[in-house]
Ligand binder design. Structure first.
Ligand code: AMP
Length: 490
């Protein structure tokens, strides 16, 4: 599919696409739109940034245009479930943008963190599209402000993230209230077994679409690692921010508390930054994001969850102040830069305890990331060849190279979340590649470059494939569920 015209979308939608200057469908759009138009259930593996939102929003708008029905009071025709307020807001905005010539079109949000009364009013007369986080949605239902028995299309976006955030029970409750006769579109960035199972229960003979994880991001982004000590991270960040030529930088921390601490540390170093995370009010978050977009603030500190769904172009740098313990999150993070074909830089701080995370990441992206050693005391004796000498702070440059498996291996044991006993001698892990290359390779020339399919490699012993209707997906290793505090507040 080289043009949106080939889908036969209703004229008001084509006009909105022309307004947006979208010329070519992205690969996920090329695959998904015809399937949704034909009424199929779809399970899609795609991340934010691939054009996934339009992939479901456009055919849904077409359905609403061609099958005109007055929504019943306190109900919605299309329900989109998303894990965070930000993402929900952006999905709502996308529906409004692509549907700006579509009439009638009422789009409402049901998200936590804002007063519920306005939301109760907004659905009172019924809406075409409701975008919701699961907790608030259930609140509306419990208050009898909303019924879900008229839903014609359900979209579940970022299913893996929803599971991570502990929404599984809420999702099941919601699904139980929906009509059996419906179309379901299910999107997830990764397809661990648990997600594949959930999809299997929710979907009816789904068509599968997939664009490769943005392994390409790994190729497009200039990635560097700085080996450091935990205590040195604040000063190291200040140094990086002062020495790099930065337009806009997104700094990732593991926790909300960590994000606030970084803001304070930077302030001491004379650098202005803002944090965005779940503890901030919706208004604060919107203001911070607007300032970041406009360039009023150059440095934004975010947690993974808060950053999910932030759609800001022109991010020249991503700094991983803390390395994520989920390697896919690294790919998400660095995918924030180098968008729309621009070059980007991703700098990751790695302290001793994070060394195993770095190994997981390098294994996922199948390359070793060039590193600089700025640890006080220099490289640890067991990690570097003897004779490294110099015990003072040093810079030990190690060039990046294609990732190769380690003959020694580690017997396939899981090694998350415990640093002790693991050396920082990264780049020598095992070479089980994530062969998640199920895509058709069609690069529609949209904003996302998609990797060419890479051959499957031997999987390490601990990974069992998840099966979904004959398609094998790699299973993400078991992660501890995040606590409730990270859920979108009701
Ligand atoms: P998403 O993956 O839905 O978050 O989309 C990522 C970004 O790509 C958004 O800013 C969209 O506006 C933009 N986008 C989506 N589809 C296209 C397209 N076909 N051509 C150009 N830009 C697009």
């Amino acid at each position: 599919m080289n043009s949106f015209d080939e889908f036969g979308l209703a004229e008001p939608i084509s006009r909105a696409l022309a307004d947006e200057k979208y010329l070519t469908p992205t690969p996920i759009q090329a695959q998904t739109i015809p399937l949704v138009l034909s009424g199929r259930d779809v399970v899609g593996i795609a991340q934010t940034g691939t054009g996934k939102t339009a992939a479901f929003a456009l055919p849904i708008l077409h359905h609403l245009t061609t099958k005109r029905l007055r929504p019943e009071r306190k109900s919605c025709r299309v329900l989109v479930l998303s894990p965070t307020r930000e993402l929900s807001g952006q999905i709502g905005d996308s529906f409004r943008t692509y549907g700006k010539h579509t009439r009638p079109l009422a789009v409402a949000l049901a998200i936590g963190g804002v007063p519920i009364n306005r939301q109760i009013r907004s659905v009172a007369h019924g809406v075409e599209v409701l975008v919701a986080t699961p907790g608030r949605l259930l609140d509306l239902v419990q208050q009898r402000a909303l019924r879900l028995d008229q839903v014609e299309i359900l979209v579940l976006d970022e299913a893996d993230r929803m599971l991570d955030m502990g929404f599984i029970h809420d999702i099941r409750k919601v699904v139980a209230m929906l009509p059996k006769q419906r179309q379901t579109l299910f999107f997830s960035a990764t397809m661990p077994q648990e997600i594949a199972q959930l999809a299997g229960q929710m979907l009816n003979d789904p068509a599968k679409v997939s664009v490769a994880p943005q392994a390409t991001t790994a190729e497009k982004v200039d990635q560097r690692v700085i080996l450091t000590d935990r205590a040195s991270k604040p000063s190291l960040l200040a140094e990086v921010l002062k020495t790099e030529t930065i337009d806009r930088v997104l700094v990732f921390t593991r926790t909300k508390h960590g994000a606030d601490k970084v803001v304070r540390a930077l302030e001491k170093a004379g650098l202005k930054s803002e944090a965005i995370h779940g503890n901030k009010s919706q208004n604060q978050r919107e203001r911070v994001l607007a300032d970041f977009r406009s360039g009023r603030i150059r440095t934004l500190i975010a947690t993974d969850i808060a950053a999910r769904g932030i759609d800001v172009d022109g991010i020249s740098h991503v700094v991983n102040y803390d390395l994520p313990n989920i390697p896919e999150s690294y790919v998400h993070r660095i995918g924030r830069t180098a968008r729309a074909g621009a070059a980007g830089v991703a700098i990751s701080f790695c302290d001793h305890e994070e060394a195993p995370f770095l190994r997981d990441i390098e294994r996922l992206i199948r390359m070793s990331i060039p590193s600089t050693d700025k640890r006080i005391g220099g490289p640890r004796p067991q990690q570097r060849a003897a004779g490294d000498g110099d015990r003072n702070q040093r810079q030990d440059q190690r060039p990046g190279r294609p990732y190769r498996g380690n003959k020694q291996g580690r017997g396939g044991q899981s090694h998350r979340g415990h640093g002790a006993g693991h050396s920082a001698g990264h780049g020598t892990g095992h070479g089980g590649g994530h062969g998640n290359g199920h895509h058709n390779g069609a690069n529609g020339g949209g904003r996302t470059a998609i990797a060419s399919t890479t051959p499957h490699q031997q999987r390490p012993a601990e990974q069992k494939p998840g099966e979904l209707g004959g398609v094998t997906f790699l299973q993400r290793k078991q992660e501890p569920r995040r606590n409730n505090a990270q859920r979108a507040p009701r």
